[in-house]
Design a protein around this ligand. Structure first.
Ligand code: B1M
Length: 220
């Protein structure tokens, strides 16, 4: 299984989306993340193994970017490659038996366009039996407030991937707290910590999707 994790990580880190993709030039006409994921699932590879490969690949390209060894365009193609894999594992992640334990509103905060982690959290929470209202990326505070008004009793999740958008998360959480004090607020994303969660008054910090669904299950 480790070989499969490494193979997927390579496709994602190098941004090899599919056989027809021209990037990267040295892999022209070779299978990409799309074909490999479809084939692996057919052979019975657990979706969690493919997911682990994606996360490893994203960590690698993120590290290279942080060291000025990769460009934003590399991040973009890696994101497309990861989405090509997620497309195949989505039905597995979302196939929770028990449906509609409650409603969960989720979005990436204002100024932040990162949605891969948020989408993953959405899928797993959906699979955990919740109705998920996904507000997308760059979500302003008033959009979170409107969604809570439309879905009384829902819980809310905010994702942020940039140090610079953490403050927008704080602003949104503060407004949610003030307007809808009973609403449970979850926060997550790479720069978010338990300490930051406590500081901004959110109810729960989750470093990953599984802990988020665990918290919702406990609370519901
Ligand atoms: Co950007 N980016 N990016 N990027 N990007 C990071 C985040 C960065 C760490 C890269 C680096 O420097 N090493 C860095 C942020 C530095 C910082 O602020 N500390 C960075 C930067 C700087 C930028 C730009 C500013 C670059 C530029 O333009 N100069 C720019 C900002 C654009 C904007 O948002 N306004 C930018 C743009 C982009 C792309 C658009 C090219 C692309 C995003 C594509 C997309 O999302 N559709 C991108 C990518 C792909 C990354 C990296 C490489 C990967 C992010 C990712 O998808 N990871 C990232 C480096 C890295 O993280 N290693 C990087 C995989 C995903 C599964 O993990 O999102 O962490 P993650 O989600 C996890 C957990 O965090 C958690 O669960 C998920 C599953 O385990 N989680 C939650 C997330 N949300 C949660 C919510 C919850 C609970 C858990 O409850 C509600």
């Amino acid at each position: 299984m480790q070989e499969i994790v490494e193979q997927i990580a390579m496709y994602v880190a190098r941004g090899k989306v599919s056989k027809t993709a021209w990037w990267p030039p040295d892999m022209k006409d070779q299978d990409g993340a799309d074909e490999f994921a479809a084939d692996a699932l057919k052979k019975g590879v657990p979706p969690s193994v493919l997911l682990a490969g994606c996360i490893l690949g994203m960590e690698r390209i993120g590290k290279e970017f942080g060291e000025n060894k990769a460009f934003v365009t590399n991040l973009i193609v890696s994101g497309v490659a990861m989405n090509a894999v997620l497309k195949h594992i989505k039905p597995y992640l979302e196939s929770g038996e028990v449906k509609r334990k409650g409603t969960f509103v989720i979005g990436t905060v204002t100024g932040d366009m990162h949605d891969i982690g948020k989408n993953l959290v959405s899928m797993i929470i959906k699979g955990g039996g919740f109705e998920v209202i996904d507000l997308g990326v760059d979500v302003p505070t008033n959009k979170f407030l409107d969604a809570i008004a439309q879905h009384p009793g829902c819980s809310v999740g905010l994702s942020a991937l940039l140090t610079t958008t953490k403050r927008n998360m704080a602003t949104s959480v503060e407004a949610i707290r003030k307007t809808y004090p009973g609403t449970k607020v979850l926060v997550g994303g790479a720069p978010i910590t338990q300490e930051f969660c406590t500081q901004i008054g959110a109810d729960f910090y989750s470093p990953n999707a599984n802990e988020a669904v665990g918290y919702l299950n406990k609370w519901v």
